[in-house]
Design a protein around this ligand. Structure first.
Ligand SMILES: NC(=O)c1ccc[n+]([C@@H]2O[C@H](COP(=O)([O-])OP(=O)(O)OC[C@H]3O[C@@H](n4cnc5c(N)ncnc54)[C@H](OP(=O)(O)O)[C@@H]3O)[C@@H](O)[C@H]2O)c1
Length: 260
């Protein structure tokens, strides 16, 4: 059976913990008995989070800074013991993507979403492989399943994370590590608050998402995906040949767009 981290095994490390999904997961993991090392750039938000539960400790830093993330991960282990569970969740979506292609926006999405995960994976995998024990879950998105208009760099960066997680699972699970990918649909967070010009089917609260994610950590399967009906629709669409898929995507994305 694959390794499933319990509070006695070590610390939970959560990136993107200052708001939205990461914040709700950090709170729920602390409620479930984990010592939580919560990371994000906004130190004041992390202090406010730590004030909610004495098991939560803030470690401010930018995931795009590889040296800083290595130092943070080493610092977490020095202060609180081995990281048993890492939730690599920091991510950005730039609404400017809807206005057309922009080189700087596209690179920044990759720098944070993919680079941020890579910068944490290096030190985490090294430490966990030495212990032959550890659980890493990476937040991707249903957007990573395939091309969605207005989501070029975001969706592509999330597709890259799914690919990376598949390879990490095949490579590191025989060495005692558990690798998971988290693919949410729409969740009410500051990120989706900017989506005012289209419908978000089956949108759920960050707390409801956090419960599904934390339960998924305990179950240990590869993909934690929700909500079920939207995920099924995305999975079914991917089975279609391109001549059917593209007209369907155009129709669906036109239909959910609101007149503003
Ligand atoms: N909401 C959804 O519907 C949805 C759906 C699918 C997937 N997701 C994914 O879920 C994850 C969390 O998003 P959310 O919806 O909870 O949005 P959010 O509330 O905007 O949270 C994003 C988090 O990432 C952190 N972050 C952003 N850039 C960072 C950087 N350079 N370095 C360190 N931390 C950084 C932010 O903290 P600071 O600004 O303090 O750094 C914040 O804590 C993201 O990976 C997102 O792509 C969200």
């Amino acid at each position: 059976m694959s390794f499933r981290a319990r509070p006695a095994d070590g610390v939970a490390f959560v990136t993107g913990a200052s708001s939205g999904i990461g914040r709700a997961v950090a709170l729920l993991l602390a409620e479930r008995g984990f010592t939580v090392a919560a990371s994000a750039r906004r130190a004041a938000e992390l202090d406010a989070l730590a004030a909610q539960n004495p098991r939560i400790f803030g470690f401010p830093g930018d995931v795009a800074d590889a040296k800083k993330m290595a130092a943070i991960i080493a610092g977490v282990e020095a202060a609180h013991g081995p990281i048993a569970l890492a939730f690599l969740n920091a991510g950005v979506y730039f609404p400017a993507e809807r206005d057309g292609f922009d080189t700087d926006v596209a690179w920044r999405a990759f720098e944070v979403n993919v680079g941020g995960a890579i910068n944490c994976l290096g030190p985490l995998l090294a430490a966990m492989a030495l212990r032959a024990r550890g659980q890493i879950a990476i937040t991707s998105s249903l957007a990573g399943y395939g091309g969605i208009p207005g989501s070029l760099a975001y969706g592509a960066s999330k597709a890259a994370l799914i690919y990376m997680a598949e390879v990490l699972k095949l490579t590191y699970e025989p060495a005692g590590l558990t690798i998971q990918i988290v693919n949410p649909g729409f969740v009410e967070t500051p990120m989706t608050a900017t989506n005012t010009d289209f419908e978000m089917p089956f949108i759920m609260s960050a707390e409801a998402a956090a419960k599904i994610i934390c339960d998924g950590f305990g179950k240990g399967g590869f993909e934690i995906v929700f909500p079920r009906r939207l995920a099924l629709a995305f999975k079914a669409a991917r089975l279609l040949p391109y001549p059917l898929l593209f007209p369907l995507m155009r129709r669906v994305t036109r239909r959910v767009r609101r007149d503003v």
